[in-house]
Ligand binder design. Structure first.
Ligand SMILES: C[S@@+](CC[C@H](N)C(=O)[O-])C[C@H]1O[C@@H](n2cnc3c(N)ncnc32)[C@H](O)[C@@H]1O
Length: 214
């Protein structure tokens, strides 16, 4: 399948033009980008870098935080989850169930984010056990504690459910705990992509070295 450029790589947005002055002698730079300019959605320190060099640099400082989203229906939020996971240098985003998901919301960030597929929640839990990750489910169901006041494990896998059913019984059973995001309005729940962003940021507040942020 042809890999089409995403909307943030179409060149209309912010970016930089062709490199000015003598070309740098550094293998991280991409010849075509130096020649033509770089309008990709990447932070300025990565301007003109090859995709491989950007991934290698993020890989050196990814957080020990994994995110899983159950995809047994057709969840349109996965793209947003991937984009936010990229922003927070999450180790891996795990998609459980269907392989297909709508990449549009990822805004090309999936090219820089480790993604892994698992057929079943049991497969995901086996991975977490093998990697020594503590599994925490995120949903506003009975028995959940407030994420705002709950310490999250450092080596952590956060599991999110889908629109409609929420997390599966398997995910709930496999987690050491369930955390919920405090709500104050009339809706029963918030969008899964938004919930994932809030939960990832809760982990960042507790564990990340903010001196390493851009
Ligand atoms: C739209 S919700 C699913 C259904 C929800 N349990 C309900 O009763 O409507 C989809 C997913 O978003 C996350 N989510 C939504 N609101 C949440 C909240 N207040 N606290 C924690 N997770 C939430 C959970 O992972 C949930 O499985």
């Amino acid at each position: 399948m042809t890999e089409h450029p995403g909307p943030t790589e179409w060149g209309e947005g912010p970016g930089v033009g062709p490199w000015e002055g003598p070309l740098p002698d550094d293998p991280r730079y991409d010849e075509a980008l130096l020649r033509d300019g770089d309008t990709r959605n990447v932070v300025d320190p990565y301007r003109y870098w090859t995709r491989e060099a950007i991934i290698a640099d993020i890989d050196r400082r990814r957080h020990p935080l994994h995110i899983a989203i159950e995809n047994f229906g057709n969840d349109a939020n996965i793209g947003a989850v991937v984009r936010t996971a990229n922003a927070f240098a999450v180790d891996t985003v795990h998609i459980v169930g269907r392989r297909r998901w709508n990449r549009r919301g990822a805004m090309v960030t999936d090219r820089y984010q480790r993604l892994r597929h698992h057929d079943t929640t049991a497969d995901l839990l086996a991975f977490a056990a093998a990697e020594d990750l503590t599994v925490v489910a995120v949903d506003n169901i009975p028995g959940a504690t407030r994420i705002e006041t709950t310490p999250l494990p450092k080596n952590c896998l956060l599991i999110f459910g889908q629109e409609g059913p929420g997390i599966t019984p398997d995910a709930k059973a496999g987690a050491v705990s369930v955390v919920s995001i405090a709500q104050f309005g009339s809706t029963r729940s918030i969008n899964a992509g938004v919930a994932a962003g809030i939960a990832m940021h809760a982990w960042i507040v507790q564990h990340a070295d903010l001196g390493l942020a851009w």
